[in-house]
Design a protein around this ligand. Structure first.
Ligand code: ATP
Ligand code: MG
Length: 749
């Protein structure tokens, strides 16, 4: 357990101390409609972690109340994730669907108590009747039905006498409740659909708000821990359990902030889109933030547990930098895994004064790692080094091999370049070199000075392997859609060379390839004929370095994570704004929170909104870009009016979200209005197929290899083509149209 206690553990301890519960029982309640991701790992760590720390237990429960999206393969993936992270569930896997009969009985009981009724308004009427935050709702006339009539209707709903949507069961609470969720929430709906476990037994399904609290109660859960977006559902949770007058003890709901991470998407819906659209290679694609993806890539459970521990448990939503996760895996592997050599882009060196071969005793670990182990490293006359470890005309500060500068071969000798061999096109094909017999590593008496040591492999002994290098899946910090996918997120090297020691080991091994990074033998595709290695992570955080100096890098939206529990409560005005933003305008809690707590921002937001009514889009821009500028500049270069204009152009499809960012940056520097910028720079989104087709044809013509691979079945490359087209259009192409056109085009090439 970490040393400082989080607010959830504080609550649990108090509840145990006061005798409210004898044993802590938590649950991890995923909906089996997708593979679990790193956000779920956080929830798993919290729920299973608390149970373990206080000698209680945690149930793994499938929240499978939505028949249309769920599947057994997701159940298996969830079980696998929990086990892999090192946790154990109590006795068996639980399913909410097993409680359908019990939940139904509770519904009957509520009706008998006069606390629930069958409503026959349609969906739209239900929404209308609900009212707004400013305005009380009104109750349906069907709420007057007698208990007998309600019982009869519910039974007939269950028996399949009605169509989907014809009736619903609702709790009779309060149509003018300040919390809109309490305005007679729905408890059951009709769904004529096959359920992956209960089959066709049911055609009515309980809603989350009814099923969840009761499932918790049935299992004797004490602490029902969920994410912040369920804050407003807590009142229903309590109402249901209280209204049914259940025998104590009963569970209580507590909320924490969900994990968000940059350069990726997290929701299962978005991940499903990537998987189904073949933008990635299945749910376990090493570029995905899924547990299966991390596992396949070579992450260790320890590194993920450590990450979850570091980010802590807070009540304020925040975005975590993916670099922090990468730090954790690097930190874990640094002292654990052997260091070996692999050449990714080989350049042949012939050492002319060396005859025969030898086996050098080479340590797997540097001196400061408290681990022993070494291998016999074959050395011979022909070796490979990395192509960029030699330069004919080096810039100043280049420390590796050049015509004038010798270099050390790691664990072996110093070599000097004698002759450069080139082909007809001028490409270097080979270096002839000589080695210095007295310079052997560990017993060097040569007196030759070198500035660096490079990795190498003996050509005769090396084994060809495939290496898969991964970059971030998205090229922007806060991806908005497919157009933000990084077209170069996967780079496959078909013929890299490793030293023999890498191969004699069994799969399920990790190595540090010296100077390259950490690698993992791919658990699926690795064969003796074709060993495959995945790059887990680089040796240092090279990302920040790479983007430096490029076009003005977007300023980070990453906030420091707040580790302690509670945040300052809102004052009345802030709370009123927050409620209106979330309940009337449909903003998510996080954005609403940012706006509501900042008077200047909320004023700016309202003003923009009065000019152009697009609550969500304007809110996103104001809470991110405008907020950032306000923090840094005292006076703004633009007003609410320009922001409204900008959003109007996005909503009308004149410009893409991505271009909008560019326009915004331009507004900052030039102070021009957005329309003028778009016109002057020709940034209008291109949706006309006739204009897009030439760009697509061009991309197809320039990438014959990839077209061939695509035709041969590598559908994964679809994303590559779309990405290239978007890129070549300067980000102006309409992604949806491009998607359609490319898919059409590829059918016919
Ligand atoms: P998604 O939006 O990704 O589909 P979800 O909340 O619908 O996620 P569930 O399967 O219903 O996913 O969630 C199971 C548990 O995991 C819930 O208790 C949920 O609160 C938690 N959880 C899901 N996403 C995150 C996240 N990003 N950070 C922390 N906990 C999460
Ligand atoms: Mg969900």
């Amino acid at each position: 357990m970490s040393e400082s206690k989080d607010f959830l553990r504080t609550i649990v301890e108090e509840d145990l101390k006061s005798g409210k519960y004898k044993e802590v029982i938590t649950r991890f309640p995923p909906e089996p409609n997708g593979f679990p991701h790193i956000g779920h790992a956080k929830s798993i760590c919290i729920n299973f972690g608390i149970a373990r720390d206080y000698q209680g237990h945690c149930n793994l429960r499938m929240d499978d109340t939505n028949p249309t999206t769920e599947d057994m393969k997701y159940v298996e993936a969830l079980k696998d994730a929990v086990t892999w992270l090192g946790f154990e569930w109590a006795d068996k896997v639980y399913f909410a669907s097993d409680y359908f009969p019990k939940i139904y009985d509770y519904a009957v009981k509520l009706i008998q108590m006069g606390k629930a009724y069958v409503d026959s308004l349609n969906e739209e009427e239900i929404r209308e009747y609900r009212g707004t935050v400013m305005q009380a709702g009104k109750r349906s006339k069907f709420a007057e039905r007698s208990i007998e009539e309600n019982l009869d209707l519910l039974e007939r709903m269950k028996n399949g006498e009605f169509r989907d949507g014809e009736h619903v069961l609702r709790a009779k609470i309060d149509m003018s409740a300040a919390n809109m969720k309490m305005r007679d929430p729905l408890l059951y709906r009709i769904r004529h659909a096959h359920h992956f476990r209960s089959g066709d037994e049911w055609c009515i399904y309980p809603m989350y708000d009814f099923a969840h609290c009761l499932s918790d109660y049935i299992e004797g859960v004490t602490h029902s821990i969920c994410t912040l977006e369920f804050e407003n559902n807590r009142d229903i949770y309590d109402w249901v359990l209280d209204a049914l007058e259940l025998t104590p003890p009963r569970p209580y709901q507590h909320e924490f902030a969900r994990l968000g991470m940059n350069y990726t998407v997290m929701s299962k819906r978005k991940l499903l889109e990537l998987v189904n659209g073949n933008y990635v290679n299945g749910w376990d694609d090493p570029r995905l933030p899924t547990i299966a993806g991390y596992k396949r890539r070579g992450y260790t459970p320890e590194s993920i547990l450590n990450f979850c521990d570091q980010i802590g448990i807070a009540k304020a939503n925040s975005m975590v930098d993916v670099a922090q996760l990468e730090f954790c895996i690097r930190d874990d592997l640094n002292t654990k895994v052997p260091r070996v050599m692999c050449v990714l882009d080989p350049l042949k060196i012939t050492i002319e004064n060396y005859e025969g071969e030898e086996a050098i005793d080479a340590s797997y670990y540097p001196h400061d790692v408290p681990k022993e182990g070494s291998r016999k490293l074959p050395f011979s006359r022909e070796i490979y080094i990395e192509r960029d470890d030699f330069m004919e005309n080096p810039p100043e500060g280049y420390f590796r091999l050049t015509p004038e500068q010798p270099v050390r071969l790691k664990h072996a000798y110093i070599i000097t370049c004698k002759e450069i061999v080139k082909d007809a096109s001028g490409t270097i094909t080979e270096i002839k070199a000589e080695y210095h017999p007295e310079s052997k590593s560990g017993s060097d008496t040569s007196g030759i000075k070198v500035k660096s040591a490079i990795h190498w492999v003996s050509a005769k002994h090396a084994k060809a392997v495939e290496v898969r290098l991964y970059e971030r899946l998205y090229s922007v910090e806060a991806p908005e859609g497919l157009e933000d996918l990084n077209p170069d997120s996967l780079h496959v090297i078909k013929n890299a060379f490793v030293e023999p020691a890498v191969i004699t080991e069994k799969p399920d091994v990790r190595f540090q390839f010296e100077r390259q990074g950490y690698f993992y033998a791919d658990p699926i595709d690795y064969t003796d004929e074709k060993p495959v290695f995945n790059k887990i992570v680089g040796l240092k955080d090279s990302w920040s370095k790479k983007t430096e100096g490029a076009v003005p890098a977007p300023k980070p939206v990453v906030q420091k994570v707040q580790v302690e529990g509670e945040v300052t409560p809102m004052n009345e005005v802030e709370q009123a704004s927050f409620d209106r933003y979330t309940k009337v305008l449909g903003l998510n809690n996080e954005i609403a929170n940012i706006l509501a707590r900042d008077e200047q921002l909320s004023r700016f937001y309202e003003e923009s909104l009065s000019i152009f009514n697009s609550p969500v889009s304007i809110a996103n821009l104001v809470a991110n870009e405008v907020a950032r500028e306000l923090k840094q500049e005292s006076a703004l270069n633009f007003s609410a009016k320009e922001i409204a204009e900008l959003v109007k152009m996005i909503d009308e499809g004149t410009i893409s979200n991505k271009i909008a960012k560019q326009v915004f940056e331009e507004m900052l520097t030039s102070g021009e209005n957005p329309k003028a910028i778009v016109e002057a720079k020709g940034l209008t989104q291109i949706s006309d197929p006739e204009k897009l087709k030439p760009i697509i044809d061009d991309v197809i013509a320039k990438n014959p290899d990839n077209v061939a691979k695509f035709k041969a079945g590598n559908t994964n490359l679809f994303g590559f083509f779309v990405g290239q087209v978007l890129k070549n259009s300067g980000g102006k192409a309409n992604p949806t149209v491009v998607n359609e056109l490319v898919s059409e085009k590829l059918k016919h090439v």
